[in-house]
Design a protein around this ligand. Structure first.
Ligand code: ADP
Ligand code: MG
Length: 729
């Protein structure tokens, strides 16, 4: 009889031809299923259109009557796109997205039927959401959650459903999702940013963050995926010997995209463009069967929604092409993990990228202001920023020689390093007119417009300046971008507030000219931010030692990294900026730790099960085969003569037997520890136990199991192997 593994391989080979995605003209598809301005102008009255526009741009409230009008127009538009249902689409703290579909279809008293969608239904809904994680918030306040329309992210039709982006909050107003704190951080950043940018340009009314993510992922053939219980249950492999050919050839990166994958990505792009995700780039990544897609950047709230939506659409489209998408950060040991680079910048409503160097000294002073303030924010909050990307999956990836370590540092390149050096060494305090000219021309004026070409990039840096934006590379591939983005927005907003106050103090108290005051404050920051700047190899051991001397945090596990989130200074920061309250912070802390514990628990249980149900029984079968051979040799050659033929088999039998014994003992121990972990009630203690006691056992077990995979006859090995998962395309 064929093994399950061989059947899966056969199945992946014999499969019917995969669907072919025909090419469609991109610009025709884009936004075709989004309730954008064009659609609103067609389906809304002028009054309703202007009300939505004000809500989008100025955050103004929409009256009940107008909401009814908007809902009716939105419904008619959605039906014209084939929608039958609507849903409030939101991003809970766990899982990707949540939807509860309701039909437009309504039956009136006299059994007349009607398609109906009211303002109330648009603006607010009460999903039966009692099973979403809330870190005790809902039970504490004895209230259920509700969803509320976010007009700044347009509604869209996906499949036959009208999706309305919403926040998810408790009746007491506590955030239970990713979007609520993100929206609050956007507001805080706008307020602080506008005040500072008005030092340079009085016309600016709005400052907002932009985000362009790059999403990495693996594709695995569906049949092979289903034959790996660890991939199905934990999203990652807990066992598996590295293939003879790994990524050492480095020929996958930027190689041609395999045919089947191309059809998948093409269909993905088409579905994404329809709902407004502006996908632009696609390419192979470093590891075999690893790929990346990236859009044109957008305002951060929209971009976050689009990334979440992309991850959801990806899974669905991939299945049509007999692929499973792996978003886990480190699905294969010894092979590159997947990240999600978050390219972030600051823009004004006048269309200026505040992190883009200008052509005049004054514009450069503006650039340097935002550039240095962002670095200062990262420096002062490095541990908090690290915590924003903490997850069970990312713990495996960070520091695993192809991703930045768990230490946050900033790369700025040679030219800007020199600019900062010059600012530091320039005279401070009040400047004479000649000195001021010198400052403007020689110091500030020297910032070159085009800063970094591709050769001057440090790919090992977790937070790199790349010419007109910062690229936060330590974000995990499965993360919701809102996590790191609301933290970054908040710390930068806070820093800009501080900067504004310091500059105004110098102007008022020291009677300084404003540009000189700005220069002086920036100058005073440089010695403070030096510890976070690092231009060399972040993957090296030397950096870990150096970072320790500099006092930078290096929290290797999620429970260790998250502790900073509940420290008084963090609570004070978030409360001051109005982004999260103390209750919300504690609730989120609990949800994250609970999620971590559950993920590690699943991984541990899968590891135990695979080892005791697959690896050990197979190894024992192989042991029996060896025993049979040795016995046969003895029968034929006699007790005195057989040894010289059986030597190799004896040695192998011994090795297999030793490994089986040791493995059984370790799995037994792991099971006992799991029972212990389950009994721990305190969620902090529990997560620490999973991180410090349970997880460290995985490596040893895995090594023995993988060694057995190498020893045992390939014919009887039941689990799909790495080489099969990674090289079937
Ligand atoms: P790479 O980093 O691979 O060389 P690019 O520099 O072309 O690629 O850009 C990567 C990502 O950065 C893209 O998603 C792009 O939209 C985004 N990006 C470019 N400019 C900005 C900006 N001002 N703000 C935010 N993201 C940006
Ligand atoms: Mg990049």
């Amino acid at each position: 009889m064929k093994s399950f593994r061989i059947m899966a391989i056969d199945h992946s080979m014999d499969r019917q031809p995969v669907p072919v995605a025909e090419e469609v003209h991109r610009s025709e598809l884009f936004n075709s299923h989004v309730f954008d301005k064009r659609a609103m102008l067609r389906y809304l009255s002028k009054e309703a259109y202007l009300a939505v526009k004000d809500a989008m741009e100025k955050g103004e409230k929409i009256s009940r009557e107008v909401a009814d009008q908007v809902a009716a127009g939105m419904k008619n538009w959605a039906i014209s796109k084939g929608a039958t249902h609507y849903t409030h689409w939101f991003q809970p703290l766990r899982g990707l997205v949540a939807e509860k579909h309701d039909s437009f279809f309504t039956v009136l008293q006299d059994r007349d039927v009607l398609d109906k969608f009211t303002g109330d239904q648009l603006v607010q809904q009460e999903p039966d959401a009692s099973s979403f994680p809330s870190g005790g918030l809902r039970s504490t306040f004895e209230a259920r959650g509700y969803t509320a329309w976010d007009p700044t992210s347009p509604a869209f039709v996906y499949g036959t459903t009208l999706c309305i982006p919403t926040v998810f909050i408790s009746y007491t107003g506590h955030a239970l999702d990713y979007k609520a704190p993100l929206l609050r951080s956007i507001q805080a950043l706008n307020e602080a940013g506008v005040k500072v940018v008005r030092f340079f340009d009085r016309n600016v009314k709005k400052v907002y963050a932009t985000l362009g993510w790059e999403q990495e992922f693996f594709l695995v053939d569906s049949a092979l995926f289903r034959a790996r219980p660890d991939l199905v249950l934990a999203g990652k492999t807990v066992l598996g010997h590295s293939p003879a050919r790994g990524q050492q050839m480095e020929d996958h990166y930027f190689g041609s995209i395999p045919e089947r994958v191309l059809h998948f990505i093409r269909e993905l792009e088409q579905e994404c463009l329809r709902v407004g995700i502006p996908l632009k780039t696609r390419h192979n990544e470093v590891a075999p069967n690893q790929y990346e897609v990236a859009p044109v950047f957008e305002e951060v709230n929209l971009s976050v929604d689009h990334n979440t939506l992309l991850m959801d659409i990806m899974r669905k489209v991939a299945r049509r092409h007999n692929f499973e998408v792996l978003l886990y950060e480190k699905p294969f040991e010894g092979i590159n993990g997947s990240g999600k680079h978050n390219n972030w910048s600051l823009m004004t409503d006048t269309g200026v990228n505040l992190l883009s160097p200008g052509s005049t000294p004054m514009k450069n002073l503006q650039f340097l202001t935002f550039f240095i303030n962002v670095i200062k924010a990262v420096n002062d909050n490095e541990e908090l920023l690290r915590s924003s990307i903490a997850s069970a999956g990312n713990d495996y990836r960070l520091g695993a020689n192809e991703a930045p370590p768990a230490i946050i540092s900033v790369f700025i390149g040679d030219q800007l390093t020199k600019v900062l050096e010059d600012i530091k060494n320039f005279k401070g305090g009040k400047l004479s007119p000649e000195e001021k000219t010198m400052m403007k021309l020689n110091i500030v004026g020297q910032v070159p417009e085009v800063l970094l070409d591709n050769t001057d990039r440090n790919r090992t840096s977790p937070f790199a300046f790349t010419g007109n934006k910062f690229e936060f590379r330590a974000v995990g591939s499965s993360a919701n971008c809102a996590g790191p983005m609301f933290v970054l927005n908040t710390i930068v907003a806070h820093q800009l507030q501080q900067f504004y106050t310091e500059v105004e103090d110098l102007v008022k108290k020291k009677n300084m000219k404003r540009d000189v005051a700005i220069f002086n404050v920036l100058k005073s920051y440089i010695p403070k931010i030096e510890r976070i700047l690092y231009e060399k190899d972040n993957y090296s051991k030397a950096w870990e030692e150096e970072a320790k001397k500099r006092g930078l945090s290096n929290n290797k596990t999620t429970p260790a990294a998250l502790k900073i989130q509940v420290k008084p200074q963090t609570v004070a920061l978030f409360e001051k900026l109005g982004v999260l309250s103390k209750e919300e912070i504690h609730a989120r802390y609990e949800v994250q730790l609970d999620h971590y514990s559950k993920q590690v628990e699943i991984e541990a249980k899968v590891l135990c099960d695979l080892t005791s149900n697959h690896v050990i029984p197979t190894a024992i079968r192989y042991q029996m085969q060896l025993v049979e051979i040795i016995r046969g040799l003895k029968d034929i050659f006699g007790a005195s003569g057989y040894k010289k033929y059986a030597e190799e088999h004896m040695r192998e039998l011994q090795e297999v037997s030793e490994k089986v014994n040791a493995l059984s003992a370790q799995v037994e121990e792991l099971r006992k520890l799991l029972e212990k972990a389950e009994a721990i009630e305190d969620f902090v203690e529990k997560a620490d136990f999973y991180a410090d006691t349970i997880r460290p056992m995985f490596d040893d077990i895995r090594q023995k199991a993988d060694a057995l995979e190498m020893l045992v006859d390939d014919e009887i090995w039941p689990l799909v192997k790495y080489r099969e998962m990674l090289f079937t395309r």
